[in-house]
Design a protein around this ligand. Structure first.
Ligand code: NAD
Length: 423
């Protein structure tokens, strides 16, 4: 355990999650035993996933699943396909999922999975074989009451459909509640695809209201134009916010008036990237982040806001659509500045897991909600969590990040204390 602990701490994303947790545990004055039990994951599962590639060769991929804790229900969390996937990063993401589920008061613990691969260079056939073999390797450890996966970076509803099919073939009957984020034809939930991005936009608009500004007529910059970024852009646009800058892994674009989203979507469908959009100027992706705007929403990778650029941000609101987009050093700089209102990731992108919860509930009950019901329940729950974080932060003079995580950690610690320690 000691070796593992030291190895994990070398991972910067894991170190970030632990530094944040230690701050929260100090504030909550958690006893040493509860602190350690809340911190460490229940299970790390690493498997090799051998796949026959299209050229006839066999390639081995490394796949992980970290189950942080099962104290309040099954583990819930995304599955990521990305070349930089590491066990330390996946562990950190699982830990953050725990606090997010507990903050939203969902009956889940946190989990995260990942396969180190580059999906952009793989064929659909290769991705399907990778997904099915990974699911098969995970079968002893997952189930609707044990661990329920969902899409994350590099995975989508097709990935979830293959997972549901593999699991259902194994169990001999359709088991839709094994994953969330499925296509509607396979008992997915209305509203799931846009839930995370919609939540980012909804909470940002509430935050502007809180600061005495209107969303309508405001401006936004969005890093990442995948599931989260594109839907955040869409809802913000519907609120009357002008989206001025958007980036993806290939480049960034800028239009001082506003980017026409419907036209951009067509361009992305044709070329695969926002880069080269004829109705906007190219801009350096790093420079884009520091342009003046009301809402800056990093919706791509972790550690986008760093000690290097935090001092130069010119946004009113930093809406953390991605997980872990702000390093602790950047956090310190922004807190000292005091002029940027941060909506921390565990709150800001919680729309996704909340509608995943709705999907799981609908699947368990073999019942379907309308999109209107889903979105209205989602907004009610996000609003409640945001108000709770604001109140908690004010009462205890904490940052919103520490407040949001403290509510989550407190709920987990209380559940662990109530269950007691077996044997
Ligand atoms: P996605 O794969 O659909 O999209 C990721 C986007 O980020 C793509 O547009 C990609 O080109 C872009 N990108 C990658 N590297 C970049 C870089 N260096 N600079 C700028 N853009 C870059 O992924 P997603 O599902 O939208 O997830 C994005 C983030 O949101 C991740 O941190 C994920 O963990 C988090 N998140 C996602 C969900 C969800 O429901 N999908 C829920 C909660 C949190």
């Amino acid at each position: 355990m000691h070796v593992m602990r030291e190895d994990l701490l070398k991972d910067p994303v894991f170190a970030m999650a632990i530094e944040q947790f230690d701050q929260v545990a100090d504030f909550l004055e958690l006893s040493d035993d509860l602190r350690e039990r809340c911190k460490w994951p229940k299970r790390w599962i690493t498997v090799t996933v051998p796949i026959r590639m299209d050229d006839g060769s066999t390639k081995i991929f490394f796949g992980h699943r970290v189950q942080h804790h099962l104290t309040r229900g099954p583990v819930k969390g995304g599955l990521r396909y990305h070349p930089a996937v590491s066990i330390g990063e996946i562990t950190a993401l699982a830990i953050w999922m725990t606090w997010k589920c507990a903050l939203m008061d969902l009956p889940f613990g946190g989990g995260k999975g990942g396969i180190a691969c580059d999906p952009s260079t793989m064929s659909q056939g290769e991705l399907e074989r990778l997904t099915r073999r990974y699911t098969m390797e995970m079968i002893p450890f997952i189930g609707p009451d044990t661990d329920v996966m969902a899409p994350d970076m590099g995975t989508n509803e097709q990935t979830m459909a293959w997972m549901a099919d593999t699991y259902s073939t194994h169990s001999g009957h359709l088991e839709p509640s094994i994953v969330t984020g499925k296509p509607l034809t396979l008992e997915g939930s209305s509203g799931r695809t846009r839930a995370t991005g919609h939540g980012v936009a909804f909470l940002s608009s509430n935050a502007l209201d809180h600061l005495g500004h209107k969303a309508n007529g405001g401006s936004a910059i969005i890093q990442g134009f995948g599931n989260v970024g594109s839907h955040a852009a869409h809802t913000l646009d519907s609120y009357g916010v002008s989206i001025k800058g958007i980036s993806d892994v290939h480049g960034a674009i800028w239009n001082d008036k506003q980017i026409h989203l419907a036209h951009l979507r067509k361009h992305v469908a044709k070329t695969g990237s926002v880069a080269g959009f004829p109705e906007a100027e190219p801009i350096d992706p790093e420079e884009m982040l520091t342009q003046p705007c009301d809402i800056l929403a990093p919706c791509a990778l972790d550690r986008a806001i760093t000690g290097e650029n935090a001092g130069r941000l010119q946004c009113r609101i930093l809406a953390e659509g991605a997980n872990g987009p702000t390093t602790p050093e950047a956090d310190r700089i922004l807190n000292e500045r005091g002029d940027v209102f941060i909506i921390p990731d565990v709150l800001c992108n919680a729309g996704g897991v909340t509608v995943s919860y709705f999907e799981w509930v609908q699947n368990m009950q073999r019942f379907r909600w309308t999109e209107r019901e889903v979105m209205s329940r989602l907004e009610t729950m996000l609003q409640k969590a945001q108000s709770e974080v604001l109140r908690f932060a004010k009462r205890h003079k904490l940052t919103q990040r520490t407040a949001a995580q403290a509510i989550g950690v407190r709920n987990v610690a209380n559940a662990k204390a109530a269950r007691g320690l077996f044997p």
